[in-house]
Ligand binder design. Sequence first.
Ligand code: GDD
Ligand code: MG
Length: 358
Amino acid sequence: MTEAVLLVGGQGTRLRPLTVNTPKPMLPVAGVPFTVHQITRARDAGVTRIVLATSYRADVFREFIEDADLGIDVVIATEDEPLGTGGAIRHALPHLESGSDDPVLIFNGDVLSGLDIAGLVRHHRDSRSDVTLYLTPVEDPRAYGLVPTDATGRVQAFLEKPKTEAEIVTNTINAGCYVFTRSVIDRIPAGRPVSVERETFPGLLAEGALVTGVVDTGYWLDLGTPLSFVQGSVDLVLGRAPSPAVTSTGEALLLPGASVAPDARVIGGSAIGRDAVVGAGAIVDGAVVFDGATIAEGARVENSIVGAGAVVGAGTVLCGAVIGDGAVLGRGNELLDGARVWPGAHLADGSVRFSSDA
Ligand code: GDD
Ligand code: MG
């Protein structure tokens, strides 16, 4: 038996306003809450029990898990106050059944990857590591945890979100999945916030613990920003990213009840939610349209996210925009490059030609 802890308690600040009502891992990606892709991948890799470490909007997870049948035992742990990544792992400990020498998988709740999860656990056992980290190379590592290793794979440092050029010693980053020997979790301080990245990993390295990195160059994406959120959904729909929760791949995914006018074009790996409507002549390209939203005739929606029940007026153009749940955009607006509309907001016809670098 292998157990896992899935860290899903963050506020998803960079995905506001979508995360005002829904925590990031519960937002629909290629038709199901993102967390379902991760849970089913873990299940298929042999994980039999998973603890969801929740904090922000824990109620939304609880309600979903009560009714879901994901073929794996899911337990929910909820922090009263957010305890940070390390604090959340420690808080999940009483829910784990593993022995003190057993490996426990930890997943960040917003990472889509093609990692060989079972292979990582095997590597952890074979190398007798205290902690094994999944690492991946990226072009620009500054938004991540930098993890230099020696020739044997032994981790030499952990530099979370480097501030100076001098700290950028590698482009190999922490890819957000770890194997901890359970007794190492026991030693994380309880009852206070702890960052696994800023406190636990540097502390383990300072005391000479064996922390091993495994570099995997396959598919990897952190869905923390609007553009990467759209990218993750598109890659799943097109079949570029692996998930057992996606059963058929193609140019578009239409959920039950979605209706698309015969001359509308839904392309580029777009996902159209339940009972959503795409009107005559509209173009939806590389976008995510949540349940019950309406894209009116002649509108163009590219690389954007349209929240549940939102309305995009006739002829309106969205490109790289995020529209909150229930917002109503009148006809002939244009929202580009990082524009965000808050839930329930109304924009009059032709009132906005907006572009920003946000
Ligand atoms: N339960 C709980 N409680 N979960 C939390 C808390 C908390 O207080 N704070 C954050 N999390 C969860 C988030 O929900 C997310 O799934 C995960 O921890 C990581 O938080 P992010 O906010 O997404 O961090 P990040 O993307 O800036 O950086 C992390 O991920 C990178 C890879 O994607 C770090 O681990 C980096 O080192 C790493 O490179
Ligand atoms: Mg993240």
